[in-house]
Design a protein around this ligand. Structure first.
Ligand code: SF4
Length: 350
């Protein structure tokens, strides 16, 4: 029987009850269990996902993140979906790593507009030693504004992880992209196992983890299930799980990929919520391709985080006035301070 009490009701539990591992937070999901949820009648899937969502979060609050590309294009990796790969003819102009001052100025503007977390992304296979001082300067500068910091820089070794941690980095984003089975269809310059290695390194250093993937890349539904099972069976669930819908970009190998059915996308969000009850499930890239009804279903199914701002690295994102209008229609409100941390509790469960 699911414990689907509201967060308020859960807060009345005794200390003994609170310290017991939550049976809904598991790290031993089987593909069969997850597939059964994913394939259930839509109303049954959504009902289950929404009950779990409501048990762990305020269902009408959505966390907002802002993302800045601190180094665009010219990437050595060949991710089939990405306009920033040097392997693809997307026409994107590569730029150098931004200066610390510029990043801090941008972060300050984001903070003054209400953002509490700032995500900085660089198009790299992995950062070079000569860039580490600048990257750490960015983390320190953004932290000094009173904001949380997140970076995505590609694969990291122990030394880079230690330096970023010492600079105060709060979150590291590193998506696993898709299932292990489908991985080489999308990316050939690295392996699924290398992604998992970096995630383990980051987690071990005490940096919070943001890890999700992309759907609509021609994968089978089983690949979506396997990707989410892989994330949910990590020793600790990622604090944030971004689920991206492919934006098919001309010049990339996935330019002609058939769009995913919106109902399949909502099923993916619902499964993420069920398998990782305390994580923030982020409705990430691809929102410009979704109508309001699809986004509303995603929020009902357990999505509780979005990126705001008109661009996501190099892709379009809904403008803030359309997000505000949708929030008003749905009675949603932005999360203003840090979450009642499902995140901290998940750390305890682990
Ligand atoms: S997704 Fe990241 S790692 Fe892959 S090509 Fe784009 S910038 Fe490089």
């Amino acid at each position: 029987m699911m414990d689907v009490r509201t967060p308020e009701a859960r807060s009345t539990t005794t200390d003994a009850e609170r310290s017991a591992p939550d049976p809904l937070v598991r790290h031993d999901w089987t593909r069969e269990e997850a597939k059964a949820f994913y394939e259930a009648p839509f109303n049954d899937l959504l009902y289950r996902a929404h009950c779990i969502h409501r048990a762990f979060f305020d269902p009408n609050t959505v966390q907002m993140s802002r993302l800045l590309s601190i180094k665009t294009g010219g990437c050595a990796e060949d991710c089939g979906y990405c306009s920033q790969s040097a392997h693809h003819a997307s026409g994107l102009k590569a730029s150098k790593l931004m200066a610390v001052e510029r990043v801090v100025d941008e972060a300050k503007r984001a903070r003054d507009a209400g953002a509490t977390r700032y995500c900085m992304g660089a198009a790299w296979r992995s950062p070079k030693a000569r860039d580490m001082d600048v990257l750490c300067g960015m983390v320190e500068g953004v932290k000094a504004l009173g904001m949380e910091t997140c970076m995505t820089l590609g694969m990291l070794g122990d030394e880079e992880v230690a330096r970023l941690k010492a600079a105060g980095l709060d979150y590291y984003n590193h998506n696993i992209d898709t299932s292990e089975r489908y991985y080489s269809e999308v990316i050939t310059t690295r392996t699924f196992a290398e992604r998992i290695d970096t995630l383990a390194r980051v987690r071990e250093a005490g940096i919070k983890v943001c890890a999700g993937g992309i759907v609509g890349m021609g994968e089978e539904p089983e690949d979506r299930v396997d990707m989410l099972v892989a994330l949910a069976n990590l020793p600790q669930h990622p604090e944030s799980v971004p689920i991206n819908m492919l934006i098919a970009i001309p010049g990339t190998p996935l330019a002609e990929a058939a769009p995913i059915d919106p109902i399949e996308f909502v099923r993916t969000i619902a499964l993420a919520r069920i398998l990782m009850p305390k994580s923030h499930v982020r409705l990430s890239a691809g929102r410009t391709e979704m109508n309001e009804s699809t986004q509303a279903l995603c929020f009902f199914a357990g999505a509780n985080s979005i990126f705001v701002g008109e661009t996501l690295l190099t892709a379009d994102n809904p403008d803030e006035s359309s997000d505000a209008a949708l929030f008003t229609k749905l009675g949603l409100k932005p999360l203003e301070s840090e979450p009642r941390s499902g995140e901290q509790e998940d750390a305890q469960d682990a």
